[in-house]
Structure formats: C-alpha cells, structure tokens
Write a protein that binds this ligand. Structure first.
Ligand SMILES: [Zn+2]
Length: 254
C-alpha cells in the first residue's frame, strides 16, 4: 500500500530531476546554436537570457528579435531555427501528470521508493518469449541524478532466473539481460529521454516491452539456448534435442 507522503516525495523528486535534466537538452542545443551568432550584442543578450532558463520567454524574445532587430542572414537563420524548434527533445513532464502516473507505477509495477537512497524499484510482471518463461524482473533506477543516465545505471535483476539447460554460465537469464545489465538496443535513447523528462511510467512500459520482445539481431544469447539447451561438453547452443552438432556429445558414437 502506497503511503501518501511517499508518493508526494517521489513525485517531487521526479519532477525536480526532470526540470533539471529535461531542460538540459534544450539548453545545450540552444547554447551551441547561439555560439554561431555573429552579432556580439545579440549573442550576449540571448545567452544571458538562456541562463535564466524559461523556454517560452526565451522563444518569444527570439521571435521579437527576429522581427525588430536588423540582423545578418546568418543570424536570421539561427533565430529561425530556434523559433521552429524542430529539435527532438520532449518537454519535462508536469508535476500533476507525474503525480497521477505514480499510482499506475505502484499498481502495475509494484513500485517502491527509498526516500533515503532516492532509488526507485519496480517489478516487471512475468516475462515470456516464444513459450519460454523468464520470470519477473526487478528494475532499480536512481532518481535525482546530477547528470543524465546511461543504461549502465538501470539495474535489471531476474527474480526467478531461468538459465539455459546445460549452461554453466549464471549470467545470461534472458536473451537481452546479462547479469544485472539490460541491453535496450534501439530503445536506449528513448528510454533515457523518458527518464530525463520524468516520464517514469512510460519508462517502465518500454522496459517491459523490451523484455517481452526477442530481437534476433543482437541478443546476449540466442533464444534457442533456452529452447534446446546448451551442450554440457563444449558449451555450444544445441539446435535439436538429439545431440551436439559441434562436438557430437549425445550422439551414440560419441
Ligand atoms: Zn558440444
């Protein structure tokens, strides 16, 4: 049962973190763009404005300058780019939405939040791929980081680890999980962006999706290892239940 105070603290932590990390993306892009402005006075004014970060005020200032200040073609193009805002950054999630999301995070993913260590844990329900049960996974992620995260910070623990039959290795417990490391593949960028902008429910959903999808392109271990087991003699993945084609183990003539 979720404690109301705990919920409030978690929502505030996610919100504060997302305000800092989510805005950071815009800041970096704008700052880099502004460096290319030739007009010194214009550049100084805008960069000062950027420090007191407020996206909408900043953009309306840019728009005003675009109309009223006579500027070179180069500077005009840069201001135009900022106005169009075609950057692939999402806005940080609003507090109210974060607060609402947390209920689902607790209900669907049995989330717990450690106020002292600022660590959020949630459980991905039973995972199954091609008829193989991989059990539940516990995801552990810190909130309120000073800088962004990489998938290195996302800890993924198998709660009912299923190791392929015959394997001596106790790290591969899922085709895309090795030890406590999850390979997010093509989803890494979006997962990190969701985290940075405070979309923790979507963050959990995508991780659940990754765990429930088998991608033949880049697994730590092919799913056939679970379907047919691994050779006790040479460690090769078996491609049938009969014998190892690699070393012949299990064959009558072995
Ligand atoms: Zn073998």
């Amino acid at each position: 049962m979720l404690h109301l105070n705990e919920k409030r603290i978690l929502a505030r932590s996610i919100h504060r973190s997302s305000q800092r990390l989510g805005s950071y993306g815009y800041l970096m892009v704008y700052d880099r763009l502004l460096l290319n402005i030739h007009n010194v006075k214009l550049r100084k004014t805008l960069r000062n404005m950027l420090r007191r970060w407020d996206k909408s005020t900043f953009k309306s200032l840019v728009l005003r300058m675009l109309i009223h200040v006579s500027i070179s073609e180069n500077d005009h193009a840069i201001l135009m780019r900022i106005c169009r805002d075609d950057f692939e950054y999402m806005d940080p999630r609003q507090y109210k939405h974060i607060y609402d999301d947390i209920d689902e995070l607790y209900d669907t993913y049995s989330a717990t939040y450690n106020i002292k260590s600022k660590v959020l844990k949630f459980i991905i329900p039973a995972v199954e791929l091609e008829g193989v049960d991989f059990g539940r996974f516990e995801i552990v992620v810190p909130i309120l980081m000073k800088s962004g995260i990489s998938d290195y910070y996302i800890i993924c623990n198998a709660l009912e680890p299923n190791f392929p039959e015959g394997s001596y290795d106790i790290s591969e417990c899922h085709p895309h999980v090795s030890g406590s490391t999850i390979c997010l593949g093509d989803y890494e960028d979006i997962v990190i962006k969701l985290y940075e902008c405070g979309y923790m429910l979507e963050f959990a959903k995508i991780i659940e999706g990754v765990l429930n999808t088998y991608n033949e392109g880049n697994p730590y271990l092919y799913i056939t290892a679970w379907l047919h087991g691994m050779c006790r003699e040479c460690g090769e993945i078996l491609d049938s239940d009969e014998y190892c084609r690699e070393c012949g183990y299990g064959d009558d003539d072995f």
